[in-house]
Design a binder for this molecule. Structure first.
Ligand code: ATP
Ligand code: MG
Length: 230
């Protein structure tokens, strides 16, 4: 039986008092790779923010990784974040410390204590994104694609049930975008569920998958057009 990781019913997404999306009904199952597309300003990031507890779900119902979004309390947000891996367009690495220290920082903040286990975990996640040899580099010594791979490694530290990636390739050139996408595809093939907001139609064509679209204050699943045969 397939397990539901995310389910929203009749949900509305707000930025303060402004309605951004209404009557959202969607379900994401364990193991899926789902795109979230839509023009700029249609609500992709607002939707993501609601999922990781940065915006409250004021109306409708939502369950994410077995947590109820509507009744989510401020103090429960760290618990929600620990069950998610969040990846942003601008990487958000700490520039005053190297890759390994960036990852240690997150492990310590989420309750890890055993040094051997921490080292093992760091090695494991850096290996998954092909960055094992660069753990002593500082973020400014890495290319954009490498920084994003470290950010993905960081998102994997607590074995998240769902990865939310908001335009993870938005700052990268096409070739580097494909490299980062390959990492996300590998992670998905190993069983991770991923929701990825993107503007990059080339990626959608190259890696077709279930697609949700924000348009006209609605969020709905779209059937992707097949690539034209020549
Ligand atoms: N912090 C905020 N306060 C108030 N309104 C906001 C805030 N952030 C975004 N908005 C508004 O919410 C709407 C949706 O924005 P959002 O950032 O979710 O769109 P998006 O689809 O992620 O766009 P993009 O593709 O440019 O990232 C826009 O009209 C935007 O102006
Ligand atoms: Mg956005």
């Amino acid at each position: 039986m397939s397990e539901t990781i995310l389910e929203l019913n009749n949900a509305s997404i707000f930025q303060r008092e402004t309605l951004i999306l209404s009557d959202v009904n969607i379900e994401i199952k364990k193991g899926e790779f789902v795109y979230l597309i839509g023009k700029t300003g249609t609500g992709k990031s607002s939707f993501m923010k609601t999922l990781y507890g940065d915006l409250p779900l004021k109306s409708g119902s939502g369950q994410i990784v077995d947590i109820d979004l509507q009744s989510l309390k401020e103090k429960e947000i760290p618990y929600l974040r620990r069950k998610l891996g969040v990846v942003f367009q601008d990487f958000k690495l700490l520039n005053d410390r190297n890759v390994k220290e960036n990852l240690i920082f997150v492990l310590k903040a989420t309750g890890w204590k055993d040094k051997t286990k921490m080292n093992q975990k760091i090695e494991d996640v850096l290996d998954k994104v092909g960055m094992k040899t660069k753990s002593f580099k500082f973020p400014y010594q890495l290319s954009g694609g490498e920084q994003q791979r470290v950010a993905i490694a960081r998102a994997l530290l607590n074995d998240p049930e769902l990865i939310l990636a908001d335009e993870p390739t938005g700052n990268l050139d096409p070739q580097t975008s494909v490299e980062v996408m390959e990492v996300l595809q590998d992670i998905n093939k190993n069983g991770n569920t991923i929701l990825m907001a993107t503007h990059d139609y080339a990626l959608l064509l190259k890696y077709p998958s279930k697609t949700l679209k924000c348009d006209g204050q609605r969020l709905f699943e779209v059937v992707q057009k097949k690539q034209q045969q020549h």
